[in-house]
Design a protein. Structure first.
Length: 243
């Protein structure tokens, strides 16, 4: 398996408190890798450090290139894209304009095909087409998540990092979001998925890591982690154990 993203010995501190300690993980090309763990384990910190949004120690390598001295914008230009936990849409701008901003780096480089890409986003998310002129702040929770995903895809990511894409969504919408995540892998997008819904994450992922108190506690193929007694007891609940 070719490693698209390699993280080695990554550590992040907030003052004297270490949020991450010696984290090591890989995301292979065309794979979905998930990181599960309790609140406060450092999952969001991991993504922010990989994007250069936080100072860190250790190595982050993307397609064989060290990202150590690269700004966040340069990482996005290389194809590493983050959809943050809070989605961070521009509430007073339309759906169409939010999508356009997702492709801003490509626009600055003079790339063509942006309108065609937006049309493909509308095909994938028909509700966004219906609400193209509607302000993002007026969308439902599920629609905001779709817009956040669409905006990230407008950047043409090679590797998409998703931070809690199911957060606060109804079960029916969660199922739709994970269906879309599967379809992205089929389209060739590699994914690093941070998710509180451990059951859904392990069902969609190829490989998984368990992050606890800033360190990797367990790792392995997602199907094996889903059967691991410790994972079952702590993250999947008794229903999984009885199944």
């Amino acid at each position: 398996m070719t490693a698209m993203l390699q993280i080695e010995n990554l550590s992040v501190a907030y003052g004297k408190v270490e949020a991450l300690r010696g984290v090591k993980l890989e995301v292979g090309a065309g794979r979905i890798v998930t990181v599960i763990g309790p609140n406060g384990a450092g999952k969001t910190t991991l993504l922010n450090a990989a994007m250069g949004l936080l100072p860190s120690r250790g190595a982050v390598v993307f397609e064989g290139v060290s990202l150590r001295d690269l700004a966040t914008e340069a990482r996005v230009a290389m194809g590493l894209v983050l959809e943050p936990e809070r989605r961070e849409l521009f509430a007073e701008m339309s759906v169409a304009d939010n999508l356009a901003l997702g492709a801003f780096a490509r626009y600055r480089k003079g790339e063509r095909g942006l309108d065609a890409d937006r049309a493909r986003i509308y095909e994938q998310f028909p509700r966004l087409r219906e609400r193209a002129d509607q302000l993002a702040g007026t969308l439902s929770g599920g629609e905001r998540q779709m817009l956040a995903l669409g905006r990230a895809l407008m950047a043409k990511p090679k590797l998409l990092m998703l931070d809690e894409p199911s957060l606060g969504l109804a079960p029916r919408i969660v199922a739709e979001i994970f269906r879309i995540i599967r379809s992205l892998r089929e389209a060739g997008v590699s994914i690093l998925l941070i998710e509180q819904n451990a059951r859904a994450a392990l069902q969609v992922a190829d490989y998984g890591y368990v992050l606890e108190t800033g360190e990797i506690a367990l790792e392995g193929p997602a199907a094996e982690l889903a059967e691991n007694p410790r994972v079952v007891e702590t993250y999947l609940g008794l229903a999984k154990r009885r199944a």
